[in-house]
Design a protein around this ligand. Structure first.
Ligand SMILES: CC(C)(COP(=O)(O)OP(=O)(O)OC[C@H]1O[C@@H](n2cnc3c(N)ncnc32)[C@H](O)[C@@H]1OP(=O)(O)O)[C@@H](O)C(=O)NCCC(=O)NCCS
Length: 325
């Protein structure tokens, strides 16, 4: 008994910020951002916009594609670190927005690995026979936590939501296995204080920025490459799948150079790796489900293909899910 993703959906905030827009705000250049990260643009949430609403849009698209109604769901698991509230959880707010009541709804906090973690949690509950139709999301708005005066972090992040409908499945298709890893010893490579910054890019009043996202980029870069390679190999090995049999890797979209380095170490060509970091930036937990949704739309995912999702993020956390589509 396992679970299968039967539909996905994505949504972003309205405001699109290009590298050229950033050039006008800070000492950076389109050329630097593109060559160091692969990013050309990102969507950022504006004052008055609601991340819960954006997540609800992504959820509704996924539910419509699955031919289900919110009332058919038995649980909501959200990978996020962007709830407006310490509590209630983001998942509870989304549950209310979707008009649901009493089904379990909870967040999984694993920063950029949030969706990979949430999918593993959802799949494990379904293997245990607990649920048969659930919604798994990755949702984040890290643009609200950066210091817009810090060019080293401000150019990297975008906001959004990706949703997947997971149903119980007894056949050969579905999530074949997941592996989750964490290393709290590296916590200070990427962190933000609880309720750090919490302002939108367009806000008139700037808060003190000593509570903004802090990142040791170059160290993080190296560990991200090694950990994503390692966990991808191990998940494949455990499922007795050869790397060359994987049809597509849908990795966390933090930096094109990280994605390319991981693919190179795994011996996989560009045709086997999906990237959209150029258009979204690093949307944290939302990046894998948004990329998966786009990969499906682009015809890069076919029935029975082996699809690998992998991610690494603050915590540090990292992990991978192997799926027989
Ligand atoms: C952040 C990152 C793109 C920086 O690239 P890098 O090649 O390591 O660059 P460095 O941080 O060493 O900085 C190199 C120079 O560029 C400058 N720089 C940094 N950000 C800049 C920007 N936005 N525009 C222009 N110059 C910038 C630095 O000040 C530095 O200048 P100096 O040499 O005069 O001191 C890269 O380290 C990275 O992607 N790390 C991983 C980040 C990540 O993925 N985080 C999320 C993980 S989930």
């Amino acid at each position: 008994m396992g679970s299968r993703i039967v539909a996905t959906g994505r949504a972003t905030p309205r405001t699109l910020i290009t590298n050229h827009d950033l050039e006008r705000r800070m000492d950076t250049s389109d050329e630097w951002i593109r060559t160091r990260t692969g990013i050309a643009q990102r969507y950022v949430i504006s004052s008055g916009e609601s991340l819960v609403e954006i997540a609800a849009q992504a959820s509704q698209i996924a539910l419509d594609r699955a031919g289900l109604k919110p009332a058919d769901l038995e649980a909501i698991v959200v990978g996020t670190v962007s709830s407006d509230y310490g509590f209630p959880s983001f998942a509870c707010q989304l549950q209310h927005r979707l008009g649901l009541d009493t089904i379990p709804a909870f967040d999984v906090a694993a920063a950029c690995s949030g969706f990979v973690y949430a999918l593993s949690v959802g799949d494990t509950y379904m293997r245990a026979g607990e649920w048969s139709r659930i919604l798994v999301l990755g949702v984040d708005a890290l643009s609200t936590m950066v210091d817009w005066g810090d060019r080293a972090t401000a150019v990297l992040f975008g906001d959004g939501a990706g949703a997947a409908v997971l149903v119980k499945e007894n056949g050969p298709r579905g999530v074949l296995g997941s592996m989750l890893r964490s290393s709290g010893g590296f916590w200070d490579l990427l962190y933000v204080k609880n309720r750090g910054v919490q302002t939108t890019m367009d806000a008139e009043v700037r808060r003190p920025n000593d509570d903004a996202i802090t990142m040791k980029g170059p160290e993080l870069f190296k560990i991200a490459v090694k950990s994503m390679e390692d966990v991808t190999r191990k998940v494949a090995e455990r499922a007795r799948v050869k790397l060359e049999d994987i049809s597509l890797i849908v990795p966390h979209q933090a930096n094109l150079r990280i994605i390319n380095a991981v693919a190179q170490r795994l011996g996989l060509g560009p045709d086997k790796v999906f990237t959209n970091v150029d258009r979204y930036g690093n949307t944290s937990a939302a990046s894998v489900p948004i990329a998966l949704d786009e990969a499906i739309e682009a015809g890069r995912v076919h029935d029975h293909d082996l699809i690998m999702l992998n991610a690494c993020g603050g915590g540090l956390t990292w992990g991978a899910n192997l799926i027989r589509w």
